[in-house]
Ligand binder design. Structure first.
Ligand code: BG6
Length: 480
């Protein structure tokens, strides 16, 4: 036990985070339509599909498995799972709504009642235990129909479909959900357009124009959502959600320092600058010029962005990134779609994600200094292999160590003056990994008996970290 003194404010939103596509299963139930995650295969192939151009968004069961179709069957087991979250003392539960449960094809005029009813039941169950839902509106779950028929977020028409979707969910859940986020890890579109922007770059195509045009459409959609949320649910808070991986220069060579700064601004700041400050930052204008990007905007777009900034920044933090202007393949850091070189001061997870708790304090301070809005760590955690002992116990001390150090770093940042709303650690219950479609990459406090070969009973078990986190929440972060 490690006592650090109570730095966490009263009402701090302790909890866990998930996404519909990685846990619900029931991929055809309740009239749900197909979404992007449903057509992504399981296993390491997924990562290369996400990074290479030319994906066709088709299911091919002769070649691949599709773990998201069953997920961990939260669709049927949500009551059991929420009871376990309550037992840990969760104050908040971050989840997403699958767009395809509400509008199965994305372009219908009326929402699907069965989909709306499902989330109604989930929210009621959360409120039964006093758990606040924190809802991501779009978490890598775009309807496949919008991808195939419209070209995903490249197409301005998708903004209209999104508007219909957000109006439906805000009106339906206005008395049940007060915390919202628009697009999960919106900046991931820079490196994984399939999940983030709903299209695959064509093989010979220049990626810049379609990527940034799609971002513009998402920014407009995000502002429309912020406006509607404030009008329909006046006591709500709606945030953006970005991946934040602070970029360190590999050394003091000014060329590397400048390169790190440019990467930081492009990857970490560009989207938040638009969503929080309501305008395109100066540096991106130069970038657009240098890459031949000419945004098509409509009258009123820029005013809409300016008038509807988000209320807070939600972000995921897993690792920092170290950069060098010129790097060899040998130096490249392994497990990270974001790139960079290995940092000699850091150890990495089994998937090569470098572990850096101090980087979380740095991130919180950087975000606070730049934006001066409340922050919410809505994802953080260690993907690791877990072992079930003969007596059924799961002794995940490595996960406890990881989380303890990151929570300490948040405490330090709060003392530094950062306004932090809460902490929802990623994958509070084991679920399908987003980047590799594996079950064996586990993040949870709750173990789910499900494996990469599809076997398993889906039985839930409490890991050692379950009891540890229960005590962290129970002491409001005082005992770690
Ligand atoms: C974030 C995503 O990138 O990281 C989640 O928002 C994802 O959907 C999480 O699951 C961890 O990544 P992975 O690839 O280990 O599941």
């Amino acid at each position: 036990m490690n006592t650090v003194g109570n730095k966490f404010p009263e009402g701090f939103l302790w909890g866990g985070a998930t996404a519909a596509n990685q846990m619900e299963g029931g991929f055809h139930e309740g009239n749900k339509g197909l979404n992007i995650a449903d057509v992504l295969p399981g296993g390491k192939e997924r990562l290369s599909i996400l990074q290479e151009p030319g994906f066709n968004f088709e299911i091919d069961k002769s070649k691949y498995s599709y773990p998201n179709h069953e997920g961990i069957d939260f669709y049927h087991r949500y009551k059991e799972d929420i009871a376990l979250f309550a037992e840990m003392g969760f104050k908040a539960f971050r989840m997403s709504i699958a767009w395809t449960r509400i509008f199965p094809n994305g372009d219908e005029l009326e929402p699907n009642e069965a989909g709306l009813a499902f989330y109604d039941r989930v929210f009621d169950e959360l409120h039964k235990y006093g758990i606040e839902p924190v809802v991501t509106i779009s978490h890598y779950e775009m309807p496949v129909n919008l991808v195939k028929e419209y070209g995903g977020w490249r197409n301005r028409q998708v903004v209209t479909f999104f508007e219909r979707y957000v109006n439906a969910i805000f009106n339906s859940y206005k008395n049940k959900v007060k915390y919202w986020m628009t697009f999960n890890e919106i900046n991931s579109g820079l490196v994984m357009p399939i999940m983030g922007l709903g299209f695959s770059i064509h093989k010979e195509e220049d990626r810049y124009q379609p990527t940034f045009q799609a971002f513009h459409h998402q920014f407009v959609a995000s502002s429309i959502a912020v406006k509607a949320c404030h009008e329909i649910i006046p006591d709500s808070k709606i945030g953006c959600m970005v991946i934040f991986a602070p970029v360190y220069a590999f050394d003091s060579n000014p060329e590397n320092v400048m390169f790190a700064l440019q990467e930081e601004r492009l990857f970490n700041n560009f989207c938040a600058d638009v969503q929080v400050r309501g305008e395109y930052p100066a540096f991106i204008k130069r970038y657009f010029k240098e890459h031949g990007i000419e945004l098509e905007t409509q009258d009123g777009d820029l005013e809409l962005l300016k008038e509807n900034p988000v209320d807070y920044i939600g972000f995921s933090y897993y690792m920092s990134r170290t950069e060098k202007k010129v790097k060899t393949e040998l130096e490249a850091s392994q497990g990270n779609i974001i790139g960079g070189v290995k940092n000699p001061f850091l150890k990495a997870s089994d998937w090569g994600w470098e572990i850096d708790p101090e980087g979380l304090r740095i991130s919180l301070n950087k975000l606070h200094d730049r934006y001066q809005v409340p922050l919410f760590v809505v994802e953080n955690g260690l993907g690791a292999y877990d072992n079930v002992e003969e007596d059924g116990s799961i002794n995940d001390d490595y996960r406890i160590d990881y989380l303890r150090e990151h929570i300490k770093a948040m405490g330090e940042a709060i003392e530094d003056g950062v306004e932090l709303m809460g902490y929802t650690s990623w994958g509070c219950i084991d679920l399908v990994s987003a980047s590799t479609g594996e079950f064996s990459k586990r993040y949870g406090f709750i173990y789910v008996d499900k494996h990469d070969d599809g076997s398993g009973t889906l039985e839930r078990k409490r890991k050692k970290s379950f009891y540890w986190y229960q005590n962290v929440i129970g002491t409001n972060g005082e005992q770690l």
